[in-house]
Design a protein around this ligand. Structure first.
Ligand code: MN
Length: 228
């Protein structure tokens, strides 16, 4: 049988120190996973179970890429995040077994039309227009666990035009990677190829055309994106 349209390209990310690629299935994101960021957004971090939203895999932007300033917004925020890349999936994965499902880690940016997200929050509507637009998911190369281990602490930072905007430590995450995988796998059937953006530390702010976003995570790597 023939395709009746040209099949869309399969989203993928490169894998560090190899000629291989990591095919991406879904992109899940954790909301408010660092207490200081939850507070800066006006929430009490002690009261909430984890919650999730999704981005589209064809919104990935590779390291060194360009982020076109999106339409219908005057307030686009950066959120630097550790990204977990799953090498195996499942349902109802136990936290104690969760890290056995991780292929590797990456440095990501959860780009957000904050004004539109705020309008949707206020109206009790879904966040898609704030979170799931084109180019909204810059992500570095995937670094296999054979090169990183499972980082649970270490600096996570973002500079804009050389000035530090966001700074935190992975050990400030409210929901650890094993807890996140366990919780998420109770809601969705996870699969090899899934990415999980694990939330951002405090310091989110607006970007402008021409800004150079340079982020990194100790033990994983760095990500550079230019806003155009
Ligand atoms: Mn985020």
């Amino acid at each position: 049988m023939n395709n009746v349209i040209v099949p869309p390209p399969a989203p993928k990310l490169t894998v560090r120190n190899t000629a291989d690629v990591f095919p991406v299935h879904r992109i899940y994101c954790v909301g408010r996973n660092y207490a200081e960021h939850a507070r800066e957004m006006g929430h009490d971090p002690d009261r909430e179970p984890p919650f999730f939203f999704q981005k589209n895999p064809d919104s990935l932007v590779p390291d060194g890429g360009k982020f076109p300033y999106p339409d219908k917004t005057n307030e686009v925020h950066h959120e630097i995040e550790m990204v977990v890349a799953l090498g195996a999936g499942g349902k109802d994965i136990a936290a104690a077994d969760a890290l056995n499902h991780v292929y590797g880690y990456a440095v990501g940016l959860d780009m957000t039309r904050r004004d539109l997200q705020g309008q949707m929050k206020a109206a009790g509507r879904p966040w898609e227009i704030g979170k799931a637009f084109e180019f909204a998911a810059p992500c570095s190369e995937i670094v296999p666990i054979t090169q990183t281990g499972h980082p649970a602490q270490g600096a996570i930072w973002l500079k804009v035009n050389g000035k530090t905007r966001q700074y935190g430590d992975l050990n400030q995450m409210i929901w650890s990677v094993p807890d996140t995988i366990a919780y998420l796998s109770g809601l969705f059937t996870l699969a090899a190829g899934d990415l999980i953006y694990t939330g951002t530390p405090a310091g989110v702010a607006a970007v402008q055309r021409g800004d150079v976003l340079h982020g990194g995570i100790d033990g994983i790597g760095e990500l550079r994106i230019t806003v155009v």
